[in-house]
Design a binder for this molecule. Structure first.
Ligand SMILES: [Cu+2]
Length: 379
């Protein structure tokens, strides 16, 4: 057969993809994570990649302070590493290819020690050819359950939702080049939107129930503006655990890789749509079906209206408050030039000064244009 230079889209002999399993791990446990090609029926017979046969991969739940050993086995289509996004762990296990570990070749394996010192919501994905391998389905979630039982508000149950998109053309995922990224940097926009790997999420809830949603944007490029049609949402945490102040929100804007932790009180029976809202259009992502409940509101619903403040974070912010208004000790400027864009970086096209102008309305003694700004303008 003629070599096209593209990754194969052949599905012959591949196992059907499954849905993610919830895996509870304890301190000292070992876990095996295998990467294999799978097939998925979605506008065609698609060849994808999966951790342990599912897209998304297993949803790991671990107690705060635990350490586990993960044996990664790579039987996928490309060499890989596993990056544990957001976790504070030993650098050598964080999946940085060629710097802290060698790539895991196809047919090879790697053993890593993963630590979970902080409560919150994290995820894992490849740090090699993310444009291809992550788009193909290599992503999974991690919930680190807090030691302090009062860390999060009361809730009836929890649910993890991955938000993603996929470019499907002529019954295949639009092919990627084997030799290197053939779409901009980390990836591309898709034409199919996915929640937990499916085009139409279906979930069940009951009136009076409070459900915690752990949301992560696993798309390579697309921002998601997540919303629900009706019930109130309380934003309680993000990339680094809980927020200093909880807030009620109408929508949650998530950049690629970003996470949000939000509690939802289902107040009325019927359908609650999951939506991705843009200025031009609202995309439907699926729905919860909310059943009437005979026994009324529980303890979680009773405390839902309360907006809590984290005293520890409030104190930490107070301690650095004086730094916000003072002159910086040093001004550093970083300039990055992409090979593709060198020709356009002429003296006539100077970097836009907009980011150098303070956007905060608070009074500041800083000059409107910093030394870094001036330096950039001279390039
Ligand atoms: Cu990451």
């Amino acid at each position: 057969m003629q070599d096209t230079g593209l990754f194969t889209t052949d599905t012959t002999g591949l196992a059907e993809v499954s849905g993610p399993q919830l895996i509870r791990l304890a301190d000292g446990d070992g876990y095996r994570l295998s990467i294999t090609p799978v097939r998925k029926e979605l506008g065609g017979d698609l060849r994808m990649l999966a951790y342990n046969g599912s897209i998304p991969g297993p949803a790991l739940h671990v107690p705060q302070g635990a350490q586990i050993t993960v044996d990664v086995r790579n039987d996928g289509d490309v060499e890989t590493t596993v990056h544990w996004h957001g976790l504070r762990l030993e650098n050598r296990y964080d999946g940085v290819p060629h710097e802290t570990q060698e790539p895991i070749p196809v047919g090879g394996g790697y053993t890593c020690q993963i630590q979970f010192p902080d409560a919150g919501f994290y995820w894992y994905h490849p740090h090699m050819r993310e444009d291809f391998a992550q788009e193909m389905g290599l992503y999974g979630t991690i919930v680190v359950e807090p030691t302090d039982p009062g860390y999060w508000p009361a809730v009836d149950r929890e649910l993890t939702l991955t938000l993603d998109d996929l470019l499907v053309e002529d019954g295949h995922i639009a092919a990627f080049s084997r030799s290197g990224p053939n779409f901009t940097a980390m990836g591309r926009f898709g034409n199919v939107l996915l929640v937990n790997g499916e085009t139409a999420f279906t979930g069940a809830a009951a009136v009076g129930e409070v459900v915690r949603l752990y949301l992560v944007n696993t798309a390579n490029t697309r921002l998601f503006n997540f919303a629900l049609s009706g019930p109130p949402m309380k934003l309680i945490g993000g990339d680094s655990g809980r927020y200093e102040r909880e807030t009620f929100v109408e929508e949650i804007l998530l950049a690629p890789s970003e996470r949000a932790v939000v509690d939802v009180l289902f107040e009325d029976p019927g359908e609650v749509r999951l939506e991705h809202r843009t200025p031009e259009q609202t995309y439907d992502l699926g729905a919860f079906t909310v059943a009437p409940a005979a026994d009324g509101r529980g303890a979680a619903a009773a405390s839902f209206a309360t907006l809590r403040t984290d005293p520890q974070l409030a104190e930490e912010r107070r301690l650095i408050e004086h730094d916000l208004d003072r002159e910086p000790d040093k001004v550093l400027a970083f300039v990055s030039t992409m090979p593709c864009c060198t020709a356009r970086t002429s003296r006539r096209r100077r970097p836009t000064p907009a980011p150098c102008t303070p956007r905060s309305p608070r009074p500041s003694r800083r000059p409107a244009r910093s030394a870094a700004c001036d330096w950039l303008q001279q390039r």
